[in-house]
Structures are given as C-alpha cells and as structure tokens.
Design a protein around this ligand. Structure first.
Ligand code: NAP
Length: 335
C-alpha cells in the first residue's frame, strides 16, 4: 500500500459520532525523518475516551484539534526507521491514530510507543485489552482504589465490556462476591457462565432494581463505576458503610451536551470513599500490571473476549458500538 488514509476531525460531534464528523484524507505514505520510524498500523483500540477526546470539555489530555488526525491507541509494525529505539519489523503499541501509517519517535509525541517483546505467550491484541490499557485500568482501579477484601461484595457496571469483564474476574480471584451489571440476557449469561461472576443484573429488564437488590443481600462494599447516571445512583444507594468507589468512567453521559447532577449525600452518610482515576496515573507500574494480567491469562484464571471489526474506514461507526452495547469485551478495528 502506498497511500495513507487518515481520519481527520472535521468538527466536534454533537451526540453520537457520525462519519461526517471526519474528513478521510489520502496522502502518500510518509518517509521517516531523522529520529523517526514509520509504522504500518495493524489494529486500532476503540475506546469510550475517543469520544471524550473529540469534545472540548475539560479533560485529562488536550482534546483532538480540528483538522488533526483522530487520536487512538493501537498496534502496528515498524516498516522503516531512522531511530535506534525502533527497528524494522518491530511490533509497537501506542497512540497510532486513526490512520494506516503513523510516525513514532516524533518530537511532539505525548506518549511514545513501546516495542512489544518477541515471543510473548499471549495474543498480541490482548496488549490493547485484558493485558493492556483496559486490563490495567481494571487491575489498578480495583486493587489500588477499590481496596478489595475477600468475602466483600463488588458491583461493576458495563460488566461485559473490556474493563468491566476484567474487573469482575479479578474480583473473583481476590475472593469477592462479584455482581455485574450489563445490558441483555446474553451478556448476563456471558459474565456468569463464562467468566464466573456470582450474579448478573440486566439493566435493560424492567425489574433491574429488584435484580440488584436480590444480587446484593449484604449490600455493596466496592462499586467499580463505569456507567454513571441512574445505574450509579441505584448502586450507591445500596452501598455499605465505608464502601469504596473507584470512578473509572461514566459512559452513559459521553454523548450528552449537558452534565448530570447527582445527590452526593450518601457519600457523607455512609462515609463512602469515591476516587476518580485515569490509567495514566499508574504509568510507572504498567509492566508490573501487564505481567500479572498475562500470568492470569496464561493460567486460565482470566478470559479475554474481543470484538473485532474489519476496516479502518469503519472506525467512526464502530465507535458507536460502545454506546449501543454492540461489543462484548475489547472493541478492536483490524486495519
Ligand atoms: N479511567 C480510565 O483510565 C479508563 C480507562 C478505560 C476505560 N474507562 C472507562 O471505563 C468504561 C468502560 O470502558 P471500556 O473501554 O471497557 O468499554 P466497554 O465496557 O467495552 O464498552 C462500553 C459498554 O458500556 C455499556 N454502555 C454504553 N452505554 C451505556 C448506558 N447508557 N448505560 C449502561 N451501559 C452502557 C455497553 O454495554 P451494555 O451492552 O452492557 O450496555 C457497552 O458495551 C467507560 O466509562 C470508559 O470511559 C476509563
């Protein structure tokens, strides 16, 4: 291939993302400048945070500028290099962007890509999911902020997704009673029968509040929050004294233009500790976390489900799957 296709952000989406929010620009494949490497992108990691980066709401990294290539994580192979840190043939993991080819080693890089060691005993795509960014989010969010204890009850929302499915499995490894909240009977079956969660709550069922009550007879000690909105409020209402709440995400609000308002009095009355976090807070411990997750994967204690969609050209529509619940486990575009 001699052409590089790039999705450049044309305008800030309002509500759901559409193809028209981007220009799909074609240009020749770049040559590496001094200190740079050219990477043929192979996989894109599609993440709810892509939607946040498209907006100009206050956030933890600069928003993607209008006209800029859409930022996104992924994996690629070095095809040309003028940087000793990258040699031709290396697989790399990093912010490769929504494009066929990317440049590694550039001076303005926010997070330089890392070279993936040869001969790993795990599928390379898990370095975007269960053993990579989303798995690390689950691991550090639960173990460091959730402070799990055996016998306690953990509730996790978006439980059949990339982060949630790993949170619940780690909770089981830590000896917790794990309840997952997910949309629809198939996802509820997946988390209980295939992943070993103790119970599932189908939030799309009319009686989901009763299901939550029945699944948490001793209340809730840790709420790993991925969704926000009325699901979060219902979970918080069932939390125990001195509960912990890692606030990982609020996906139910990312397509909204107004910010929700919540009653925070339960946090006072029940002395609940709420802490938001972003995985980059733990960047110095990525290797430690990835090694632990990979070990669990190899031992069969952790299962890594992926939903893979073909074609860079489908990236914008595919992102909406995260908001429609079209994915189970990690959502990936194969370029
Ligand atoms: N803090 C961090 O560093 C960090 C890092 C990664 C991810 N996150 C956050 O973690 C959460 C999960 O991310 P992920 O990458 O693992 O995505 P994911 O869970 O694989 O996909 C998103 C899932 O959210 C559920 N969902 C979407 N809209 C919903 C709504 N209105 N109400 C209830 N559920 C809804 C859908 O599942 P159903 O079919 O069950 O509805 C969907 O499959 C997101 O909030 C994300 O922003 C945070």
């Amino acid at each position: 291939m001699t052409i590089n296709r790039q999705f450049r952000l044309k305008r800030r989406p309002v509500g759901r993302v559409t193809r028209d929010d981007f220009d799909l620009v074609e240009s020749p494949v770049p040559e590496p400048g001094e200190g740079e490497a050219v990477v043929r992108n192979l996989y894109l990691s599609l993440d709810p945070t892509n939607r946040i980066w498209m907006s100009d709401q206050p956030q933890y990294m600069p928003p993607v500028a209008i006209g800029e290539v859409m930022r996104g994580g992924g994996i690629g192979r070095v095809v040309a290099s003028r940087n000793p840190a990258f040699k031709e043939g290396d697989l790399v993991n990093g912010l490769v962007g929504w494009q066929d080819y990317s440049i590694a080693g550039g001076p303005s890089e926010l997070f330089p890509p890392t070279v993936i060691p040869d001969g790993l005993p795990i599928p390379v795509t898990t370095l975007m999911g269960a053993c990579g960014m989303t798995g690390l989010t689950a691991y550090f969010g639960l173990t460091e902020i959730g402070q799990p204890k055996p016998g306690e009850t953990l509730v996790v929302s978006a439980a059949a997704g990339a982060v949630g499915s790993v949170v619940g499995q780690i909770g089981r490894i830590m000896g917790m009673r794990v309840v997952g909240i997910a949309g629809g009977p198939e996802k509820c079956r997946f988390i209980t029968e295939e992943l070993g969660f103790d119970a599932a709550v189908d939030y799309k069922a009319a009686d989901w509040r009763e299901q939550l009550k029945a699944a948490t007879p001793k209340g809730i000690d840790v709420n790993f929050e991925n969704v926000g909105g009325e699901i979060m409020e219902a979970v918080v209402a069932r939390m125990n004294l001195y509960g912990r709440m890692p606030l990982c995400g609020m996906i139910s609000t990312y397509n909204d233009t107004t910010r929700p308002r919540y009653d925070i009095s339960p946090f006072l009355m029940k002395r609940i500790r709420l802490q938001g976090f972003i995985i980059i807070d733990f960047k110095d411990r990525y290797i430690e976390g990835s090694m632990q997750l990979a070990q669990w994967l190899v031992e069969g204690k952790l299962k890594a489900r992926e939903t893979v969609v073909d074609g860079l050209e489908n990236a914008p529509e595919t992102l909406n799957m995260l908001f429609d619940g079209g994915n189970t486990g990690k959502l990936i575009v194969k370029i």
